[in-house]
Ligand binder design. Structure first.
Ligand code: FAD
Length: 807
């Protein structure tokens, strides 16, 4: 063996050890053996050993390593470490990490993904969906709700209260339904088929609010008093955090409380004087109990040493003197109950603090912890339910509506938009199922809930715009038969609430993801903050060298995957999905590498470079969306008929990952580093493409005739064939139109005429007269003609009816 061969073996060994994330000890032993081999073959000199010793000894002798490497680096780290406020720290600490951490760390374990149990409904949950949920869908008239009453009808309100719709999260011991997160999601999805006012009204009390806060942090007395009353609908809750001066920056609320003595119900008690001015509060106009967030101050030290206790949450009955509620905002013609509330120097006892006086100052932690869960359920489910229903409705409409003598859904331009709706409907359902499944496994997935909230509400907004385009004027003219326009109008509400989307994408997903999912950064930060210097150095040393090994490994893996095209990677299934797993593992390693390099080169500045952080978040997010899609495909028995949907959803996600990487490198501040990154990750440029026209065509076709795949897209939605249910009627009409087509063709053929596909009742008469069709066939054509007209017709009104206040 000559020196060159030895050197190549050494490089290969180093690459392999780094690729497989060998420990420093294993690495040193393996290299020592290689050095011995080189010496025995007389190709290594004394100087090679000297060089090896200079590198290996300080790295492997802990005391030397800490003194000469870790200690100075710890000092440097403390200098560049980004400053973190208490609210930021509590937000980062909130919740848990789950499969997204696998994706962040570069070596996702696909078996683990597929072994997570598939969420299912209990018989009680299923019965609720088939009973009360079905019934309230039947009762709700969205046009009456949005245009005439600007509220749900009194009957619907009463039905919701009587059937415990506001108590899905409340434990059975208090009389609540105690449904799984998955079941809550299915309920909200179904409600959103008929009305976003209905799904929002039910979603909010079951999300972040008094019910959730009380169950986690309330005193026994508070739980025993409020929870049974919330279950029966005797109390309507709302939660007020946002104020005119503090929207996204909710930690900066100016609302305050002063600890003081005062009289309450005739008794002298220790309490607080509260002053607040809140806006945008859902259910505030009709709430009986106001969950209030404010900053508590104790200037007279009645509670202890601290003067500024911090954000605190209390429950304030709205019938107390000085509490102002009742006025309403008008959110985008989707008039769910939402409005401002104020109070000035309202005195309440300290026992009104959720969890009692000892929870003073713990409000922000309580809120962000609950948000980690709630954010993954309500808005993602409402968005998913809406798009699932729209996918079916738009598919049906595209088949029924004809122009230029063919169904519009057969036109390639329409197919492109239809495919986006179908592919995203499949993906969105996969994401809500997997994310709520994680919650039911006991996770509080803060990063996943931000991903689901941002991406599913964005997809909803884009898909509803696509559906509007496909429907043309039918989508624009509002009235009882329009099933689209309110969803389109209301889309920005979901974008804005529970963390406005630009902020969620720019700061939260990656900001929280990087620190929570990274195997070493949190440990490094904690070590740097540790006042015990000895412990700090030990912990930092451990995390730092783990981090260095991790970073080297990800660089080696990225180089190897680019070099081999990642074709050598194993995948859990050797079918059409194989390549997807290979690419996802490759991009996952790229993300781990990019993330470390961004942190290393930008340091604390990364927090301000939101567009870098947004793109890193996009990579993580789209990998998560694709993982959920593959899991759904597997959980549903790998139905080959669903493959076009899987292909569309995964290929679109992977394309977005590539775009995010490309844009990130293009805009990376350090241009030399950027060039190296491009060489390692995209040496041949961007090669992945959007889903092909062929895939688009297959997805669009699937939406336009009844089939099992289409039924799986719409599973659980309110599609009952009832006269008042426009979507149910549309499903019936789709079936009838398809049944009519061969009859129509027979008549044209026999008559030797190319008739237009309308006035089917007249076509039926011609067919009967010429004895081409039977009486049943004629009846079907006649019945279908009126349903076809109902589908393409729009509402019109007496002009007085549309004037405000006329109905
Ligand atoms: C219909 C509706 C219902 C609501 N219900 C409730 C409720 O029940 N209880 C409650 O307390 N609140 C509620 N809210 C408040 C909601 O959570 C806030 O609207 C939200 O936090 C955003 O605040 P803002 O609207 O003031 O926007 P702003 O904070 O003014 O933000 C404006 C824009 O700046 C962006 N932005 C802000 N900071 C950053 C940043 N650092 N980086 C990048 N972009 C940033 C935002 O993404 C947004 O696009 C509701 C709001 C609405 C509209």
């Amino acid at each position: 063996m000559d020196y060159l061969t030895w050197l190549l073996i050494a490089i290969a060994l180093c690459g392999f050890m780094a690729y497989s994330r060998a420990s420093l000890g294993t690495f040193t032993i393996a290299f020592t053996l290689l050095m011995i081999l080189g010496t025995s073959l007389q190709i290594l000199s004394f100087f090679s050993w000297l060089l090896f010793a200079i590198i290996a000894i300080p790295l492997n002798v802990a005391d030397l390593r800490k003194k000469y490497i870790s200690s100075p680096l710890l000092a440097m780290f403390r200098n560049i470490m980004p400053e973190m406020s208490r609210t930021e720290k509590e937000a980062i600490d909130a919740g848990t990490t789950w499969f997204e951490a696998e994706l962040f760390r570069g070596t996702p374990d696909w078996k683990k993904l597929h072994n997570y149990p598939k969420p299912t409904l209990s018989s009680e949950e299923q019965a609720f969906l088939d009973g009360p949920v079905e019934e309230v869908c039947r009762m709700t008239d969205d046009w009456q709700t949005t245009h005439e009453l600007a509220d749900l009808s009194p009957e619907v309100w009463q039905f919701l209260k009587d059937n415990k719709f506001f108590a899905m999260i409340i434990k059975k011991q208090y009389g609540g339904l105690e449904f799984s997160a998955y079941a809550q999601s299915r309920v909200l999805q179904k409600l959103s088929s008929v009305s976003t006012v209905l799904s929002s009204t039910v979603g909010v009390p079951n999300s972040l609010g008094p019910g959730e806060l009380l169950q986690h942090y309330g005193t026994q007395e508070q739980q025993d008093y409020y929870l049974p009353r919330l279950v029966k609908g005797e109390e309507i809750p709302c939660f007020a955090l946002t104020s005119p001066e503090a929207g996204s920056d909710a930690g900066a609320i100016p609302d305050y409380g002063i600890v003081c003595h005062g009289k309450f119900n005739g008794e002298e008690v220790l309490g607080m004087r509260l002053t607040w001015n809140k806006r945008y509060i859902t259910l505030a106009p009709i709430a009986t109990v106001l969950g209030l967030a404010f900053k508590l101050q104790d200037p007279d030290h009645l509670l202890g040493e601290e003067e500024d206790l911090g954000i605190t949450c209390a429950l304030i009955p709205t019938d107390i003197d000085g509490v102002i509620t009742g006025r309403r905002h008008f959110p985008l013609n989707v008039p769910f109950q939402n409005g401002p509330t104020q109070g000035e120097d309202v005195f309440v006892p300290l026992s009104f603090i959720i969890g009692g006086p000892e929870m003073a100052g713990q409000g922000w932690r309580m809120l962000v912890e609950c948000l980690s869960v709630g954010r993954a359920i309500t808005l993602p489910s409402n968005s998913t339910g809406g798009i699932k229903s729209l996918a079916l409705a738009t598919g049906a409409y595209s088949r029924i509506r004809r122009q230029f003598k063919i169904a519009i859904g057969k036109m390639e331009g329409v197919e492109e938009a239809l495919a986006r709706i179908g592919g995203n409907a499949y993906l969105m359902d996969a994401v809500t199922t997997m994310s709520t499944g994680a919650i039911d496994m006991g996770e509080k997935p803060s990063v996943i809930s931000a991903i689901a909230k941002y991406h599913l509400t964005e997809k909803m907004r884009n898909c509803v715009a696509d559906a509007m385009d496909i429907h043309g004027g039918k989508g624009i003219c509002m009235g009882p038969s329009n099933y689209l326009a309110r969803g389109y109008q209301g889309a920005p509400v979901a974008i804005t609430v529970e963390g406005a989307n630009i902020l969620t994408r720019s700061m939260i997903i990656y900001g929280q993801g990087a620190i929570r999912c990274h195997p070493y950064v949190l440990a490094e930060l904690s070590a740097a903050n540790n006042q015990d210097q000895r412990q700090a150095l030990n912990d930092f040393d451990h995390a730092l060298f783990g981090h260095i090994g991790f970073a080297i490994s990800n660089i080696c893996r990225s180089v190897w995957f680019s070099f081999t095209g990642s074709y050598l990677l194993t995948a859990p299934y050797p079918d059409q999905t194989r390549r997807y797993y290979q690419l996802m593992t490759r991009f996952s390693s790229n993300l781990a590498m990019l993330s470390d390099i961004a942190m290393l080169t930008l340091g604390g500045d990364l927090k301000r470079r939101e567009r870098i952080s947004a793109r890193l978040g996009d990579i993580l997010s789209y990998l998560y969306l694709a993982s959920a899609t593959l899991k759904r495909y597997n959980d549903e028995g790998r139905q080959s008929a669903d493959l076009p949907l899987v292909q569309w959803a995964v290929e679109d996600s992977l394309y977005q990952v590539q775009q995010a990487i490309d844009e990130l490198i293009n805009n990376f501040p350090n241009r030399i580093v950027a060039k190296m990154l491009r060489l390692i990750i995209l040496p041949l440029g961007c090669w992945l493409e959007k889903p092909s026209d062929r895939t688009d065509h297959k997805v669009a076709a699937l939406l336009q005739y009844p089939n099992d795949t289409r039924s799986r897209i719409g599973q659980g939605q309110y599609l009952t064939r009832e006269p008042e249910n426009v979507l149910g009627q549309l499903e019936q009409t789709l079936e009838d139109i398809i049944a009519c087509e061969p009859i129509f063709e027979k008549i044209c053929r026999e008559l030797g005429q190319r008739l237009p596909f309308y006035q089917l009742d007249l076509v039926a008469q011609k067919g009967l007269e010429a004895k081409i069709i039977s009486a049943e066939e004629a009846e079907l054509l006649t019945k279908t003609e009126s349903a076809r007209k109902a589908t393409i017709n729009v509402d019109d009104f007496d002009s007085n009816y549309l004037k405000a206040g006329q109905c």
